[in-house]
Design a protein. Sequence first.
Length: 389
Amino acid sequence: MFSFRKFQILSCAALGQLTAVCILATALFLASSASAQPALGSPADLSTLTTGADIFQKACQACHGADGRGAPLSQTGFSIPLPDFTECSFASREATGDWVGIAHQGGPLRGFSEMMPAFGKALTKAQLTAAIEYIQKFCTDPAWPRGEFNLPRPLLTGKAFIEDEAIVTSSLTTPGNNVFSNKLIFEKRLGARSEFELLVPVGWEQNFTGDNWSGHIGDIGLELKHVLYDNVARGSILSISSELALPTGDAASGWGKDTVILEPGLLYAQLLPADAFLQTQFGFELPADLNKADREMVWRAAFGKSIQEPNWGRTWTPILEIVGGRELDNAGTTQWDVVPQMNISLSKRQHIQFNVGVRLPVTDAGPRSPELLFYFLWDWFDGSLRDGW
Ligand code: HEC
């Protein structure tokens, strides 16, 4: 029995590219031989299944295990690690539609192993959705916000979702006064609902004569974020955040405020029909020393819509951001900017993303120039920089 199973998998693998039929035959063989399930005659039998439990049992369980933790090597005959669907910290992060895509197109869709077969020919999208919804119930702790809320990151508006990410976000001021400023952001998820963020501004500025550039470090920020409310049926998520900006930057050259600034805020996102979304942020900047910096109120909103290339391919997300701010002390004017931008998923896994846009001053445009903004984002929980292409 075992040797035949192994032979079948190896012979399938020898084809180089595993066909749906080949792998499905393997899966059905595993289902019928290695577990206590009744044998199935042909993949066509799958077409009559309707419940997630039945579909999982007949098409997925042989590899993923009845408990969703992954069947043992002795049963599957291959050593590729299987995901543990009971582990919420992993299983809650992916949106249902994305997992349906993997089950439909096979592991290589997101740069995973070919041992995860493509079921698109054997099962309908509705059946695969039922199977994925069944898989998602293996995580039984409702504290983990769903991956549906992991929306494309706008250039300026903060995300309500909590993540494990590294981002380099850059801005280039044009024209004339040449400043290239960057923020290196490291985000680490803390348990089900919280996140820690470290933000280090670094940049280069051209001197007046224009013949050399000098490097600078700005005010380093430490932030904590916590999800207060999330409801995927309503499509809403609300988080509270608090950032502490430390006076590490050189205030004389404009790269620091020379005082500690506390930045409390609220982040709210709403999922809209047809893969559209609204992400909003509202907060304050409260300096410890009011002689060094002004108290400010800031608000940001990003409206976008994700468009996926056919068959769960690359995602393009045009976003329009509107950002505003107002000084609270000196009866300062209110400033508004708009930031049209495009977010693109670069890797197949979609864990490496690029966003580019322009920040256009709407009010008070005289002294402020348009800025070119862009970032590279790496969701490091989903794989290394080389994985998933
Ligand atoms: C022949 C064995 C096999 C069968 C049958 C199988 N899977 Fe998988 N599946 C795998 C392997 C192996 C992986 C891990 C791939 C990797 O990490 O490179 C995987 C990964 C996955 C993932 C991706 C998890 C992640 O890391 O994001 C999903 C979702 C999934 N399987 C769903 C299903 C569903 C639904 C079915 C049934 C309709 C199914 N699988 C049937 C072997 C299988």
